[in-house]
Design a protein around this ligand. Sequence first.
Ligand SMILES: C[S@@+](CC[C@H](N)C(=O)[O-])C[C@H]1O[C@@H](n2cnc3c(N)ncnc32)[C@H](O)[C@@H]1O
Length: 194
Amino acid sequence: MTAIASTASPAHWEPLWHSRRRYRPLCQAEEQLMAEHLGPGEGRPALDIGSGDGGLARHLHHELGYRTTGIDCSPSAITLAAAQDTGPGPTWQCLDIATGDLTTLPDTAYALITCRLVYRWMDDKPGFLSRVRRLLAPGGTFWVVTEIAGRRATTDPALLGLGISPADAELLTAGWSVARTADLDVLRCYALRP
Ligand SMILES: C[S@@+](CC[C@H](N)C(=O)[O-])C[C@H]1O[C@@H](n2cnc3c(N)ncnc32)[C@H](O)[C@@H]1O
């Protein structure tokens, strides 16, 4: 019997990055939502979880002014992200958020934690959320961008499976003192505060 790799593991993602798979880049509308919901970083620490080739982490660092660390479980993604820096930029670290040692991160608490097109793939979502809460500074923001199920006009099960279910959305938003949302076509952006 062949074991199926967790969708939150390097075994799942490394071959995709290695085979040049790429994901939806940031657009102006998404950048505008971040400007409205996150505000200026002013040198405070930010952590982008599942940073991929680094577009979001670079935006947080260079445009919003957060001192950003991007982590990803795929070594190829981290190499790709780091190769795009032409000067001082985000810190890149290969780390599995589900199983890795969080004490190896550069900061113990983050004013902003982001997670774009990643939550869907966390197979232990409660475990993932509790690790995020451990790293989020008091008064910090957890920014999640995820596709919502049922928004695509398609019957392709692979595409339909990209969205999170209402139960997963409820789990994501439970227990925060503030939970704001903004919609962007098939995506929903969440600004969550403890
Ligand atoms: C769909 S891609 C999105 C990449 C990037 N956030 C973006 O918006 O383009 C999901 C990313 O999450 C990373 N990932 C998945 N599971 C992870 C884990 N357990 N720890 C860290 N990164 C993970 C993958 O390697 C991949 O780069």
